[in-house]
Design a protein. Structure first.
Lengths: 111, 115
């Protein structure tokens, strides 16, 4: 069954605005990862945050993790049209060799 | 892209026919995965492999089998394709030094249509 659930399912913003996507999960995890998928392409890894970390940055990306609430957020600052894609969170459960992906948030950045 | 290729990239087949999809990697990574992606369901794990001849089932393994006779190749077989197996199939490899920090790299996908 799906572990991570992204919210919202779809998000439309203007270029230059910030985009925030949320992910909730159900069980204890080792890490949580965010991936991006451009239309018709494979997923691309963006950022990984370990269970003992609360915040991580990579360029215009900021990820937070709240293990007490079993939730994470991905913030993309100063968005660009090229950020238009679907974004997926994926969790690695404790003791598992597998990643479990959510259903994704479809982000549209309008020029 | 971690040297991952999938073949074929597109396939149309008929119900009841066998289909084999191939995933090939060039960097000798131990873990390989097969996922399917469907609207409304996101990405779901079919089977994965943790070494030559070592495979295990994922979330949606019914109707699928896999084989890994060489490190670089991971094959997904639909013994008798059904329309419900129409999907986009992605292969992935796991890259990293430890389970806590490994990430996955994905192939370009295979779009399979079963008529």
């Amino acid at each position: 069954s799906q572990q991570g659930e992204e919210d919202p399912q779809a998000l439309s913003i203007q270029e230059g605005e910030n985009a925030t996507m949320n992910c909730s999960y159900k069980t204890s995890i080792n890490n949580l990862q965010w991936y991006r998928q451009n239309s018709g392409r494979g997923l691309v890894h963006l950022i990984l945050i370990r269970s003992n970390e609360r915040e991580k940055h990579s360029g215009r990306l900021r990820v937070t993790l709240d293990t007490s609430k079993k939730s994470s957020s991905l913030l993309i600052t100063a968005s660009r049209a090229a950020d238009t894609a679907s974004y997926f969170c994926a969790t690695r459960e404790s003791g598992s060799e597998k990643l479990v992906f959510g259903k994704g948030t479809k982000l549209t950045v309008n020029p | 892209d971690a040297g991952i290729t999938q073949s074929p990239r597109h396939k149309v087949t008929e119900t009841g026919t066998p289909v084999t999809l191939r995933c090939h990697q060039t960097e000798n990574h131990r873990y390989m995965y097969w996922y399917r992606q469907d609207p409304g369901h996101g990405l779901r794990l079919i089977h994965y492999s943790y070494g030559v001849k070592d495979t295990d089932k994922g979330e949606v393994s019914d109707g699928y089998s896999v084989s890994r006779s060489k490190t670089e190749d991971f094959l997904l077989t639909l013994e008798s394709a059904t329309s419900s197996q129409t999907s986009v199939y992605f292969c992935a490899i796991s890259v990293g030094l430890a389970v806590l920090t490994d990430t996955q790299y994905f192939g370009p996908g295979t779009r399979l249509t079963v008529l």
